[in-house]
Ligand binder design. Sequence first.
Ligand SMILES: [Zn+2]
Length: 126
Amino acid sequence: MPLYAWVCHSCHATNPAGSEACGACGCPAVASVADIEEAKTGVIQPPRLSRKQWQAQRRTEIATLPFWKKPVAYALQAMRVVGAVFVLSGIFDLSIRAGLFGFGIILVAELLFSLLKGRPYFWEGN
Ligand SMILES: [Zn+2]
């Protein structure tokens, strides 16, 4: 619990030292992104997805895309795999450059995929 007065991450209300949660909206003093979303929207955020759940969700996301977007979505999935191969080869060869290159590929693939979906998660809430 904070020993100083703090400003709520979610609603920006000022809270006295020692309070565990925001007096105005109930957001915890040390808030995760999920906590902030919960306090803002009142919707309980799902727990972090396991890899299997993530893959299932991604399949669903691709399935709901318009027909013409699907080839692009699959291409981006393939791009992620290529990126992962680079990351792994970077780990095995202890090559930082290959690892970073792989992460870069994955990042770009994720970015393009979220653009494809039409609601980029990293722009929300700003
Ligand atoms: Zn608050």
